[in-house]
Structure formats: C-alpha cells, structure tokens
Design a protein around this ligand. Structure first.
Ligand SMILES: [Zn+2]
Ligand SMILES: [Zn+2]
Length: 293
C-alpha cells in the first residue's frame, strides 16, 4: 500500500520549516518515509509540482495571458513567479539517489494540465525516469480554482458554470491518456463551494473518459483538511469510477513529513465501501494491480 502523492516542499514563502526551496537533504526524504511506513504504507511516491520547477517555464508557457479577466491574470502571474523556486533536475536526482540507497520511494510528478500544452509537456517529461505521473487541473485560464484568494470567482461565473468548466477540462485530461493518475479529481470543491445536487452527469463523463484513457484516480485524504471537509473524490464520484473499473491509488498530498500517509485507513475504508479490493502500483510508468491492503 503506497502513498502516491507527496510533496517535499510547502507552498508560500520559506518559513524556516524543512529545507529551503530546491534543497533535498536525505534526512528530509527519510522523515517522510518513516512517517508513511509507521502508518502502514509500504512505498512513497513523491510528486513535486511541475509548475513550481524553473525548468517548466518554457513548456508550460504563460497560460494566464489570454484570460479576459485582468485581476486573475495579474494574481496568477505573480503567484507563479513566487512559487517557481524548485528545480526539476535536483528533485529527480534526489529521489533517484534515495531509491539507490534502498529507500522504498518512487519518482513521480504532479503535472499541471492545460489542453494547449499537454502533449508538449508529456514529451518534455519523456526522458526522465518517472515511475508515474499524476496530473491535475489547477487552473482554468488564469483562474487558480483551488486557491482561497480566488474563491470570489465562483460568484462571478456562477458555481454551475465553474463546475461544468472544471469537469470539461478534467474529462479532457482523463481521456488524453498522457498521464497515469488523476490527482484530486473533484478539487473544484476544495474551498467548500458545492452544487445543490452532485453533478452526476459530469461524474459519469469523467469516469468514462478515465476508463477509455487508461487513467487511474487517486483516493486522497487531503480534502478532509480543506473547507470541503471530504475526500477526493467524493463517494458518489468514486462509485462512478468503480463502475467503470478505473484503478485507484492512495494519496495524502502531504507537504510536510508529519502528513505522509495521513488517514490512509479512511481512504481504504471508502474504497472498500464502494467495492474496490485492488489498487494500482507503478514502476517506470507501467501499472500492476495489487491487493488494496
Ligand atoms: Zn494539486
Ligand atoms: Zn499535490
């Protein structure tokens, strides 16, 4: 049982906790591994954010630039500039070194999905020795849809339109087959904005697309600690994925060692409730089904 979504650096300005941005001392990696193992995980997949790595600037481009809303454009431009302080090369080397030392770690990445650049991004990542890639829709144009500072945008475009736009893009990601796992598949709810009824049609389309694209989905406990106060995906959405035999991984989305493997018992319990008995594990981007627990 792995934890397939773990970051080695926190967001925001460096506050002195953990190593400075872009540094990867082995004891920091070990601290994540130790915590996850103590909670019953048997391997840790690190998934640094691609957009935070300086090398991603040319390939991801300036996705906010064409958005008609000036306030969102300006916010995102400066947000990305402040967050882009990590190095893909050093990250990859650090995890590969940890693996060579015999630590139960996997090399992953959290890739930002934009329909316009997805193929170029997949090609850019091809030469690296990744075990798996999780991918996420974090932005719709210049709108950082899961950021607390931009939650006002739900009112401006309306929650229904926001959900539809999000799921349209997420469905495109799932269908593309370019990446291995959908990260936090219904992250549009993160700031606690829900529709009066779960959007079952949108759920169904997403699950069908994932099945066709051969894209797995993570069961993530991170949402329990956000205003949404529930796991990603919600149970009704996870049921859709199960109906279409979409494989799952387990994820904490930890950004500090103490959160690695957090609440994995809850993730397993929900997966079992909807019928899952297996999960997918990855080596060099090849998946294999193994027992859930
Ligand atoms: Zn994410
Ligand atoms: Zn993440």
């Amino acid at each position: 049982m792995g934890d397939y979504h773990v970051h080695l650096h926190k967001h925001g300005p460096y506050d002195g906790e953990g190593p400075p941005p872009g540094q990867y001392p082995i004891d920091h990696i070990e601290a994540f591994v130790e915590t996850a193992l103590s909670r019953g995980a048997d391997e840790i997949g690190f998934t640094e954010h691609l957009y935070r790595c300086v090398e991603s600037a040319p390939v991801l481009g300036t996705w906010w630039k064409e958005d008609p809303r000036k306030d969102l454009r300006e916010y995102t431009k400066s947000y990305v500039a402040s967050e882009r302080v990590l190095s893909l090369e050093r990250y990859v080397q650090a995890v590969v070194d940890a693996k060579d030392r015999g630590l139960p770690v996997l090399l992953g990445l959290e890739v930002d999905f934009f329909p316009e650049t997805a193929e170029a991004v997949a090609e850019f990542l091809e030469p690296y020795p990744f075990d798996f890639l999780v991918a996420a829709t974090h932005w719709l144009g210049a709108w950082g849809l899961d950021l607390p500072d931009q939650v006002f945008e739900f009112n401006r475009r309306g929650p229904v339109e926001a959900y539809e736009e999000y799921f349209r893009t997420e469905t495109e990601l799932a269908a593309s087959g370019l990446f291995d796992v959908l990260a936090h598949a219904d992250v549009i709810k993160k700031q606690g904005v829900f529709l009066p009824q779960p959007p079952e049609d949108l759920y169904e389309e997403l699950a069908v697309a994932a099945a066709r694209g051969g894209t797995a989905v993570e069961v993530s406990t991170a949402g329990l600690y956000q205003p949404a106060r529930e796991m990603y995906p919600s149970k009704p959405l996870l049921e859709r994925f199960y109906n279409h035999r979409v494989p799952i991984t387990l994820a904490s989305d930890a950004h500090v060692p103490g959160d690695a493997g957090r609440d994995r018992d809850k993730a397993i319990a929900m997966a079992e409730t909807v019928g899952y008995t297996e999960r997918i594990r990855f080596r060099k981007r090849v998946g294999e089904m193994v027992p859930l627990d």
